[in-house]
Design a protein around this ligand. Structure first.
Ligand SMILES: Cc1cc2nc3c(=O)[nH]c(=O)nc-3n(C[C@H](O)[C@H](O)[C@H](O)COP(=O)(O)OP(=O)(O)OC[C@H]3O[C@@H](n4cnc5c(N)ncnc54)[C@H](O)[C@@H]3O)c2cc1C
Length: 149
């Protein structure tokens, strides 16, 4: 029988920085909700922090020249809300992607049904020079007010 390593999930804990020794990443420093820091050592460190890139962005480029950061043009901004309707909404079991004039291109509005009176609604767009100052929560509010007054 194969032996699997034990996996521990640390909830309410953030990775804060890599531990680098002799040009190699050998672990991470974490911080729990009380602010207490701990050092963890491992053979492999996988940064799964998404856009935050908490480990990736702290790697010295002279030691890790091939690790790129996400460029601004590849970044999508978004804002999402879970909303409750007073009566059963008309989007039961639907996942919709819509275009609205309030949205800066290239962007879209989504409606995902989450039950009879609950919905996940949001807006998102790829950032460019023309839309970089537009606030997603303002745009979401306008479209949400229009569809779910
Ligand atoms: C509006 C929008 C629409 C999208 N639509 C699509 C789509 O239709 N199809 C598609 O394929 N992709 C889509 N994407 C992209 C997709 O969401 C991402 O590519 C994907 O979620 C990235 O996954 P990930 O696991 O790398 O990061 P994430 O899903 O961002 O997960 C990162 C996790 O790390 C946690 N974290 C962050 N910092 C730390 C830290 N310091 N310590 C510990 N944990 C941390 C975060 O809380 C989060 O849970 C969309 C993105 C957006 C914004």
């Amino acid at each position: 029988m194969q032996n699997f390593p034990t996996i521990s999930i640390l909830t309410e804990t953030k990775a804060v920085e890599p531990i680098i020794t002799e040009g190699k990443i050998v672990g991470v420093v974490t911080k729990d909700k009380t602010g207490k820091k701990k050092h963890y050592y491992s053979k492999i460190v996988t940064d799964c922090s998404g856009y935050t890139a908490i480990i990736r962005k702290q790697l010295p480029s002279d030691i890790f020249p091939k690790i790129n950061q996400v460029s601004r043009e590849e970044t999508i901004v978004s804002c999402r809300e879970i909303i409750q309707t007073k009566e059963e909404h008309s989007f039961q079991k639907q996942m919709r992607i819509e275009l609205h004039p309030e949205l800066p291109p290239p962007g879209y509005f989504w409606i995902f049904s989450k039950g009879k009176t609950k919905l996940n609604v949001g807006v998102g767009w790829l950032i460019n020079e023309q839309n970089k100052k537009i606030n997603p929560s303002d745009v979401l509010e306008k479209i949400r007010e229009k569809i779910f007054p």
